[in-house]
Design a protein around this ligand. Structure first.
Ligand code: SF4
Length: 874
């Protein structure tokens, strides 16, 4: 429709995993406005304050419009200053550096850090380029910092990733529990739906279970402030109450579930760069730790307080659990009585133990009210957690025990932070251990299937799991990785303990490339900056947190000489001959071992040693040639990557439709590219079978894959074994296909706690006005004015004790780094005594440089919520 010469098209919000549909106004080749799409089922016309600025984030005054390289005397020089260069100069140097690394150290020294902000074709192209082309599995997204724990818990519980429910459950729920999830700021449009439910169905109850009072507390009926990490104990208390009150849905559990536990798996994460670990201890710490159990841990595990135990860090093996009986499960949860958990978990000094106990019991009463529909929501509070996998699994256990999962108004719902963490990072498999549609690089059948669909010689894919994101950064530091290309991510600001990684990026042998739309902190610390096309300057699809895949077509030309990430990967792939990348190369982590040459097999397929990676990965094949382009509906200038590359086909469509083949028949079925691009299709919830979306998985009334005898996809679980980072088959899942697991996971203390040297907790996160590291939202004047800097939230008494008051500048120090921030003692985050909070959007504050880099030992996701710090006047 025309409106003052503005043409409106459908689009998707660039920010959070809510995935709000937009109407995007274009006039004179420029995006001039956006508004909430009234027909979009997610947001029904609403946007949050960030969403309304989707147009402005494209046009900041310092938008990158040409490649920039550090140079001196006309040549690349690590110590040089950034100078504009042509795309040929940029990509030639990049290829030269990669070949140098490849020749010296093999493919395991090359890495790409991707993102949950990739479009689906971008993530798929990256996976193909890195795994199929470079034969390295060192591709890992910033989603590793965001929801890796949720992913592993999904696999281990259900055998397949992503939520069973959908957002409409908000309107059907009677009780909603927020687990460490400040939805009011992190998922504001979902929160508006929660508010609508609360205000229109007055019996609705909302409980905010959190380490501090926050904006979500304003609407919640109750806020339960707990001591960091004790959420594990609180959920175990609820499990105990369900069993004690005889409320286990026996018919459901006996038919569809087994019990599992892994109580000895109490590794302390990989804190190899922390002050705790001297370099000589690194190896030991990664594999085995001697841990002195504290009083609570000991009780929770049926051991003696002060006992020193040797604990293996599972480091991602699938041996982290095994089947147990219901009786064993009951014995495991027995210590989690009201008194024990209340004493352990009470998080606010100013609240009495009786009040806290009463709150826990009231929460149990709500959970145990079988007549009320029950939804649980969580996001980073659970995932960025040293026991993230466990605590995700425990909430599933609660819902499964009650038989309240995958039903309208009933389910455990892991929300996502990024617009396409689900669609791109997870489903496409842009992780170091994954291949598309839940397949794994360590599984020979999965590699063979992928090689066949990619039309690559057998044996192309490297069987060794790649480096996860934190391992890549450590590799950059210790020299095992020399090349890093970060795409759609600002990792040197967002990663924990990042002063290390900043120094690593400047190591003389390292070559760091950043593609982005703005000169982020990471870009300015790199060697080469590539200007990327913004979201509406390219064709794209995102997959949101409720399994909704949504597409949009390119609306305007990229700014200046910016190019899409797909274009960059395709152009770069033309600069490698197969002889250069597919010969014999060293294998990661196996001294003396080699990745065998596949050149001979390639020749049998018509790919000569002098053919390029582009020829092998992206050149027109029968399928791709069928992705005809240009489409007469759109002007040539909006033909995106295909037009810019002079290709006779449409790469984004070809990539998506090729990827789609992985999804069909595997419980992830997607519709075709053209369907998602239709203006009247506002996204579809996968699996899409016979043109129909699936609102509830694991529910025979809705899900074509769910069978009464195999509710949790039995045959698929057998064919696609679960497991986590190593890709080792999950034996319990294999032995019981079609059954979900109810886990017992004990409480375990966090890796460090406030002590005499660092006496406060620090947790970090997002605020309403800014997206992640603020690289886009800080360039919107209205958002910048609304929240110009990250504030240090603390209790007024804690501030006063340190001679600080609201508005003073404080120095925050940890064992890992320091930063300065202005003190805030009121407003949105009301901290209990002993706790502080900082947002990470502010480049000036660089909050995450203070954070510990300890990870969950199974998912390898870092914990941003529990660093011990001290605060003083700056
Ligand atoms: Fe919707 Fe999230 Fe975008 Fe806000 S930021 S408009 S809630 S998708």
């Amino acid at each position: 429709a025309a409106d003052d010469g503005i043409l409106w098209h459908k689009g998707v919000c660039r920010f959070c995993g809510t995935g709000c549909g937009l109407l995007v106004g274009v006039r004179d080749g420029r995006v001039v406005a956006t508004k909430g799409d009234p027909d979009a089922p997610v947001n029904r016309g609403l946007n949050c304050v960030k969403g309304y600025f989707n147009a402005k984030i494209m046009y900041g005054s310092d938008r990158l419009t040409q490649p920039l390289m550090r140079r001196k005397d006309g040549k690349f020089d690590k110590q040089g200053k950034f100078e504009p260069v042509t795309w040929d100069e940029a990509l030639d140097e990049m290829a030269r550096q990669m070949k140098k690394t490849l020749a010296a150290k093999g493919p395991a020294a090359l890495s790409v850090i991707g993102s949950g902000q990739y479009t689906i074709p971008e993530a798929y192209a990256a996976s193909k380029f890195v795994k199929g082309g470079l034969r390295s599995n060192n591709l890992d997204p910033n989603a590793r910092l965001c929801m890796a724990s949720a992913v592993v818990a999904f696999y281990q519980t259900f055998g397949i990733d992503e939520p069973a429910n959908n957002y409409e459950d908000i309107e059907k729920a009677d009780t909603m529990i927020l687990w460490g999830n400040n939805m009011a700021e992190a998922h504001p449009v979902l929160w508006s739906r929660v508010a609508n439910r609360k205000l229109t169905a007055r019996t609705t109850k909302i409980v905010n279970v959190t380490t501090f009072r926050n904006s979500s507390s304003n609407l919640a009926d109750e806020t339960i402030v707990f001591r960091p990490n004790t959420d594990l104990a609180i959920v175990n208390f609820l499990l105990r109450e369900i069993v004690r009150r005889g409320l286990v849905d026996k018919a459901f559990v006996e038919k569809h579930c087994i019990f599992a536990a892994g109580v000895t798996d109490i590794g302390y994460g990989l804190r190899t760069t922390s002050e705790f670990a001297k370099p000589s201890e690194k190896d030991t710490l990664e594999r085995q730790l001697r841990v002195k159990l504290d009083r609570y841990e000991a009780v929770a595990q049926g051991r003696k307080a002060g006992e020193v135990v040797e604990q293996k860090n599972s480091g991602g093996t699938a041996g982290n659990h095994w089947q147990i009986s219901f009786e064993d499960f009951k014995r495991g949860i027995e210590p989690y009585t009201l008194d024990f958990v209340a004493e352990l978990a009470k998080g606010d000094d100013e609240e009495s133990i009786d009040t806290f106990r009463a709150k826990l019991m009231a929460l149990a009463d709500l959970v145990c009210d079988t007549k009320r529909n029950l939804m649980s929501f969580w996001c980073m509070g659970f995932n960025q957690h040293q026991r993230g996998v466990w605590v995700n699994e425990l909430v599933y256990s609660m819902h499964l025990l009650l038989g309240k999962h995958g039903l309208p108004g009933n389910g455990a719902f892991s929300l996502t932070g990024q617009p396409s963490a689900c669609g791109s990072a997870r489903e496409v498999g842009a992780f170091c251990h994954r291949l598309p549609s839940d397949m794994l690089v360590a599984n020979p059948k999965h590699r063979a299937k992928t090689e066949s669909l990619w039309k690559l010689p057998a044996g192309t894919l490297n069987p060794k799991v790649g480096a996860s994101l934190m391992e890549m950064l450590r590799g950059l530091e210790d020299g095992s990785i020399d090349f890093v290309w970060t795409q759609v991510v600002n990792i040197l600001q967002s990663a924990p303990n990042n002063t290390h990684w900043l120094k690593a990026a400047r190591r003389p042998d390292a070559f760091v490339v950043v593609s982005d739309i703005y000169p982020t902190f990471s870009a300015r610390s790199a060697d080469l900056i590539l200007p990327a096309a913004a979201h509406f300057e390219k064709w794209g699809l995102y997959g949101n947190g409720e399994r909704r895949t949504q597409g949009w077509h390119q609306l305007v030309k990229p700014a200046g000489d910016a190019r899409s990430d797909v274009w960059m990967m395709m152009e770069l792939s033309k600069r490698f001959t197969l002889a250069e990348v597919w010969g014999e190369t060293p294998l990661k982590g196996v001294p003396g071992d080699k990745l065998p040459s596949i050149l001979e097999k390639a020749a049998e397929m018509g790919l000569k040693p002098e053919s390029t990676l582009f020829d092998a990965l992206f050149a027109p094949t029968g399928d791709r040639a069928a992705a005809v382009w240009p489409d007469p509906k759109y002007p040539n200038e909006l033909n995106g990557t295909g037009d810019a590359l002079g290709l006779p086909y449409f790469p984004e469509k070809a990539l998506f439709d090729e990827y789609r083949k992985f999804t069909l028949g595997h419980g992830h079925d997607l519709a075709d590219f053209d369907t998602y691009m239709r203006e009247d299709v506002k996204g579809l919830l996968w699996p899409v079978v016979d043109g129909k979306e699936t609102p509830y998985r694991f529910n025979t009334a809705f899900d074509p894959y769910a069978k009464e005898e195999n509710l949790f996809y039995g045959p698929l679980m057998k064919e696609i074994p679960t497991g986590n980072l190593t890709g080792v088959t999950d034996k319990t899942a294999k032995a019981h296909p079609g059954k979900a697991k109810i886990f017992f996971r004990p409480y375990a203390a966090p890796v460090e706690q406030p002590d005499g040297h660092y006496d406060l907790w620090l947790s970090t996160g997002r605020i309403l006005e800014h997206w992640h590291t603020g690289s886009m939202t800080r360039r919107v004047p209205e958002l910048h004015r609304a929240a110009p800097s990250a504030l240090l939230y603390m209790h007024p008494a804690d501030a006063e004790k340190r001679g600080l008051k609201r508005g003073d500048t404080a120095l925050v120090e940890s064992r890992y780094g320091e930063c300065r921030a202005v003190v805030e003692t009121q407003a949105r985050q009301l901290m209990p005594k002993g706790s502080t909070w900082l947002a990470f959007f502010d480049e000036k504050v660089r909050t995450n440089s203070v954070c510990i880099d300890a990870t969950d030992p199974i998912s390898l996701e870092p914990d941003y919520k529990k660093t011990a710090v001290r605060v003083k006047k700056a």
